[in-house]
Design a protein around this ligand. Structure first.
Ligand code: HEM
Length: 340
């Protein structure tokens, strides 16, 4: 009997030992056999996948700072580093390629029959000042903004980290401070030219005839044709959107939360890149694309033949009101004067 009891005790003890060893097996199997240097990041990734966010505890009042990672942040980063760069590259390089192609096919749109040598006022000094102030700010905002989007992959490897940090810091100051005169310029442009930029029936006819750029017809137009009206609304609405979203970014969390900041940044960056592409087309027409156009914003006066060709309805009215004055020195009739 005693031997039976003794054997039973041994059997129970062995069973208990086996059960204990079996239970401990999975834990033992998970023990790393060697040190894995990426173990912590793997765990972070697992944690993130399970919880969808990595959040801790903090002592400062700003509770937003306790969140270290969240899914929207990753989506935003993906868009910033991929989608937005592709959008900008396609829009900007695409429009440049189209403009080169257009120039090779169509060349500069000349003044038919040359210059008359007589001019009329198109824009006064205040209008030209507002235009150039806004344009100068725009160009610097565009270059400094493009540095945020493309600087790291494109410029940093070329100029090195020291030069890149110095340049980026100045670019950032310029982007912040020039936003104020730029916004003022957009508001003044809205007020100064809105009356001439409301779409009407003349624009429909102008567009149907390709605006004189496609083909050789020169459809009638008032002070601003449909193409210029499009540029006006891009500047007013595009400028207004980049300004509004830009200030949300410049003064973080005063106007919105994290999701709002991410949305503002996506709108700001994408609209700005499309805005740059649109302005390249505007700059093309105002310089090498059309003879006599630059003078409108340069001296403020345009040749009457240019005015009749591109803005016949306005030219008629303006010549009656102003009486065209001869240019000094008067150009020989039919002579070719290069566009500025
Ligand atoms: C009132 C006008 C504007 C304000 C207040 C403003 C403000 C800002 C701010 C605060 C940022 C974020 C900078 C950072 O991450 O450190 C930014 C980025 C940027 N801005 Fe502006 N901006 C304005 C106008 C413009 C204009 C006119 C353009 C282009 C023509 C432009 C293009 C960009 C671009 C491309 C970025 C980088 C987007 C990115 O990759 O994250 N901005 N802007």
């Amino acid at each position: 009997m005693t031997t039976m009891l003794g054997r039973l005790r041994v059997a129970v003890a062995m069973l208990a030992l086996a059960a204990f060893a079996f239970m401990a097996l999975p834990a033992a199997a998970q023990q790393p056999t060697s040190v894995n240097p990426t173990a912590s990041s793997v765990k972070e990734e697992q944690l993130f996948q399970e919880l969808q966010r990595i959040q801790g505890r903090g002592t400062i009042p700003d509770k937003k700072s306790y969140v270290l990672e969240q899914p929207e942040g990753r989506n935003w980063q993906m868009f910033h580093n991929n989608g937005m760069r592709w959008l900008g590259a396609i829009a900007i390089l695409g429009i440049l390629a189209l403009l080169v192609l257009f120039y090779l096919i169509r060349g500069m749109v000349r003044i038919d029959g040359g210059r008359s040598g007589r001019t009329i006022v198109r824009f006064n000094a205040f209008e030209r000042f507002v235009h150039w102030m806004t344009a100068t700010c725009f160009i610097i905002l565009a270059i400094s903004g493009l540095n945020i989007t493309f600087g790291k992959p494109l410029l940093l490897p070329l100029i090195g980290p020291n030069a890149f940090s110095v340049w980026s810091q100045w670019a950032k100051y310029a982007h912040n401070f020039l936003s104020f005169p730029f916004t003022l310029g957009v508001i003044l442009i809205l007020l100064m030219w809105i009356a001439g930029n409301i779409p009407n029936k003349v624009d429909v006819a102008w567009l149907k005839q390709g605006g004189g750029l496609v083909g050789n017809k020169h459809p009638p137009a008032r002070k601003f044709n449909a193409g210029q009206k499009l540029i006006y609304w891009i500047v007013v609405l595009g400028g207004g959107s980049v300004a509004a979203t830009g200030y949300l970014l410049m003064f973080p969390f005063y106007g919105t939360d994290i999701a709002g900041m991410q949305f503002a940044q996506m709108i700001h960056g994408s609209f700005a890149l499309l805005f740059v592409a649109a302005m390249l087309a505007h700059i093309y027409i105002g310089t090498i694309g059309m003879e006599g156009a630059f003078e409108a914003m340069g001296t403020g006066e345009v040749d009457t033949n240019w005015a009749k060709q591109h803005h016949s309805l306005w030219a008629e009215q303006a010549m009656q009101q102003q009486g065209a004055k001869p240019q000094t020195p008067p150009a020989a009739p039919g002579s070719m004067v290069p566009a500025e």
